[in-house]
Design a protein around this ligand. Structure first.
Ligand SMILES: [Zn+2]
Length: 227
């Protein structure tokens, strides 16, 4: 729905079902990103069935972190009823600061009690200090996403792989779970982690800290309600 993606909800669900996905997170970008949905879309998420073709639907949003103050682009009124909330930095609606200020902004979002996942912290859009971010994520039960899509060669995000590797090494050191994200903007990419998986191997990342195939861990760590 965000203007730069290419599949319907039904196509995403069909792809998820075909790949054996039990829980499908759909998180349109928050309204500050050009072309993204207005808040009226997010108010109407309740029309989507809770389960479609055996796939449990988790309808949320990927909120934009706007600045080093950690401001988000949507009022709590709109996002508090969602099944979950992601927050992330996106170049087209981000006012950068110094590395320390950017880090404070991301930690501000992590400390928002409604935020459950930070999207693509390693994609290089903002310069960040990862160690305090990993520690804040652990303290606030927020998952950091290892985003596979940002490492696609076509995107030329040369810092994404080394950044994600650093995040994985820190999460391993501090015993913090992570979530792999396909960031699918077309149905073919649902649950596609092809660029994230080699990094897990390179970091010798503990399998038990990857939540994707462990719903119990996902729901217990985030305290989210199981749909
Ligand atoms: Zn997008």
């Amino acid at each position: 729905m965000s203007g730069h993606a290419f599949s319907t909800l039904q196509e995403m669900v069909a792809a998820a079902r075909d790949k054996g996905v039990q829980y499908l997170g759909i998180t349109e970008h928050g309204p500050a990103l050009p072309g993204a949905c207005n808040t009226i879309y997010f108010r109407n998420l309740n029309v989507v069935p809770k389960v479609i073709d055996g796939v449990h639907m988790m309808m949320g949003a990927e909120l934009n972190i706007l600045n080093p103050h950690g401001d988000l682009d949507m009022d709590e009124f709109f996002y508090k009823k969602m099944s979950h909330r992601i927050a992330g930095i996106h170049l087209l609606c981000w006012t950068p600061g110094t590395r320390s200020q950017n880090t404070d902004g991301m930690i501000g979002a992590i400390e928002n009690p409604w935020v459950n996942i930070i999207s693509h912290p390693g994609d290089g859009t903002a310069e960040l200090h990862f160690e305090p971010i990993v520690r804040a994520a652990k303290a606030n039960n927020v998952l950091l996403e290892i985003n596979s899509s940002s490492m696609r060669p076509e995107r030329h995000k040369t810092e994404a792989a080394p950044n994600n590797l650093e995040i994985l090494r820190l999460c391993k050191q501090y015993d913090v779970p992570v979530i792999l994200g396909s960031d699918a903007h077309i149905s073919y990419d649902v649950a596609n982690y092809e660029y994230a998986l080699p990094l897990l191997a390179e970091a010798e990342f503990p399998e038990q800290l990857v939540v994707n195939d462990k719903p119990e861990l996902f729901f217990s760590f985030t305290s989210l309600e199981k749909p």
